[in-house]
Each structure stands twice: as C-alpha cells, then as structure tokens.
Design a protein. Structure first.
Length: 74
C-alpha cells in the first residue's frame, strides 16, 4: 500500500508541475517543464505547445524543447 501512495503522489506532483508550466509559468523554456512535456504522448505535447505559443507568442521565437514538430503548424 505504501508504494502505491508514493506512485500516486509522484504522478500528482509531476502532473501538477506540467499544468503549472503550461498554464502559469512565465518562462516557456523552463528546464523541468520542457523535460516533462517532451516525454508525454504526442496529443498532450501538441496541446501544451499550442497553449505555450498562445501564452508567450512572439516572446518565444524558438520552440521550447519537445515542441519543435508542433511549433510551425500552430
């Protein structure tokens, strides 16, 4: 039971940080956020990259790590 709680906590922390990165971070090139985002499935990455581009627009001339294939098509 203890290992299950640790896994649930880990998923909640990683997912929470990813949500913070996508919706609230002032920096699109955050190392932890880009590391998490670049390891997610394609649909989740595409969504996150679209949100990041919408929020940061021209301030983010280069795509964050993990967003390269999605940045031009957004």
């Amino acid at each position: 039971m203890g290992i299950l709680r640790i896994l649930v906590l880990l998923v909640a922390v990683v997912g929470g940080y990813w949500a913070f990165y996508v919706y609230a971070s002032s920096e699109p090139y955050d190392e932890i956020g880009t590391a998490i985002n670049s390891r997610l499935p394609a649909d989740a990455r595409a969504f996150a990259c679209a949100e990041l581009k919408k929020r940061h627009g021209a301030a983010a001339a280069n795509p964050p790590a993990g967003c390269e294939p999605y940045w031009a098509s957004i």
